[in-house]
Design a protein around this ligand. Structure first.
Ligand code: ADP
Ligand code: MG
Length: 381
């Protein structure tokens, strides 16, 4: 084949590098929102409001009541690899925050215009700053505000027309944004979430009159927020599953995990949470599309292995046209999960994956069998 170009090798400019990298983290409004939601949760927020115009492409704004950002940190806020959450490489083996790469806001600022209003709880007022291409371009200037942080992202992909044209209609992009908020509300029911989209395009801030499309209260429950999202008729087909770490510890000793594998011990496990908890659909739910909403150590992730495992379990109880609906939170010691697999952190690597799979399969089989027996007894009464 004829060589197409005979250019010499040259380094890409920093601007090109940054824009390429940004495209990896921020594929669409919902991906940017996921990063910003995680930042708000990392900041200890108890209230998170999401406001969109044009499905997040015109405006994507997130307002939280978290700890706020120090004024002196603002110049670094949108700089790549600048973070308050990680100091040493070794810290990566014990990550308890969502963020640690310092890439999200940098990436967002390379494909949109970002305005941040933030106030620490002990500060007399808020600070407003504007960012573009990773840099502070205005402020920080004194601004009215409430404790917490508001980040407004405008004109997403104004400088990436190909990416912009590859996206769906605003209404489709908004559906994805809404779905991210709803999923996080299931794993973080103690936080009050709300989400709305201004369809008339006239809404211009947090005082907009548009009613929220979705709202949860502080101190809700996972089940309540599943109901708020999918309706009570689906929720009435759900069975609670919960398995303690003990199940994992006893089976962990039977799996060969390589020479350096340390057994999963309860000392290292966060606050003795159940290793697996959530809801699985019963055999009578008429669900058309297999749904797995999965959190591993509070991160919304996907796992084809867990999907396959559930398909196998359900193969014996569902007809061909029925599909499962499962919401699961898997909690493992931070040292047993590698979260640094992908820039979007969409997948994680679980060192004890085989044990986790077995625990999920056993728990699901047991609970499905119990629910079938309960139904039979009920019918026989
Ligand atoms: P990371 O989360 O990996 O550190 P980000 O680019 O997402 O990287 O955020 C950079 C830094 O900005 C964070 O480490 C945090 O200190 C600060 N930050 C971002 N969003 C918020 C927020 N909503 N509240 C408080 N601090 C925030
Ligand atoms: Mg982050």
């Amino acid at each position: 084949m004829e060589a197409k170009r005979h250019y010499h090798i040259e380094r890409l400019s920093q601007a090109v590098i940054n824009r390429i990298a940004a495209g990896e983290v921020v594929q669409r409004p919902s991906a940017a929102l996921k990063e910003m939601l995680e930042n708000s949760i990392d900041a200890g927020a108890t209230r998170i409001q999401v406001l969109c115009q044009e499905g997040g492409l015109g405006v994507l704004q997130i307002v939280d009541d978290g700890c706020g950002i120090f004024k002196d940190d603002l110049p670094l806020l949108c700089e790549r690899f600048a973070t308050s959450k990680l100091r040493e490489f070794e810290d990566l083996s014990n990550v308890s925050s969502f963020g640690f790469r310092g890439e999200a806001l940098a990436s967002i600022s390379h494909v949109s215009r970002v305005t941040v209003i933030t106030m620490r709880h002990d500060a007399p007022h808020a600070w407003m700053s504007k960012f573009a291409e990773g840099k502070l371009v205005a402020g920080p200037s004194v601004h009215a505000g409430n404790p917490g942080t508001s980040i407004r992202v405008e004109d997403m992909f104004y400088n990436a027309p190909v990416r912009k044209s590859s996206l769906g209609k605003p209404i489709e992009e908004y559906a994805r944004v809404l779905s991210v908020v709803q999923r996080y509300s299931m794993c973080f029911p103690h936080i009050a979430f709300s989400c709305r989209n201004a369809t008339d395009g006239k809404w211009n801030g947090s005082t907009g009159s548009t009613k929220a499309d979705f709202a949860t209260q502080c101190g809700s429950t996972m089940l309540f927020n599943i109901k708020a999202t999918f309706g009570s008729s689906l929720a009435s087909h759900l069975i609670r599953v919960e398995r303690k770490l003990g199940t994992i510890v006893s089976s962990a000793s039977t799996v060969g995990g390589g020479a350096d594998a340390t057994p999963v011990t309860s000392e290292s496990h966060q606050a003795s949470l159940p290793a697996i908890s959530g809801y699985i659909s019963d055999a009578t739910l008429a669900n058309k599309k297999a749904t797995l909403i999965l959190f591993v150590n509070d991160r919304l992730v996907d796992s084809s292995a867990i999907r396959r495992c559930l398909e196998q379990v359900y193969a014996s109880v569902l007809t061909n046209s029925q599909k499962f609906f499962v919401v699961l939170a898997v909690n493992l010691p931070a040292q047993r999960v590698d979260v640094n697999v992908h820039p979007t952190k969409h997948e994680v690597m679980m060192l004890d994956e085989d044990v986790v799979l077995r625990t999920i399969a056993d728990a699901a089989r047991e609970e499905l069998a119990k629910s079938a027996t309960a139904k039979q007894l009920h019918v026989g009464e």
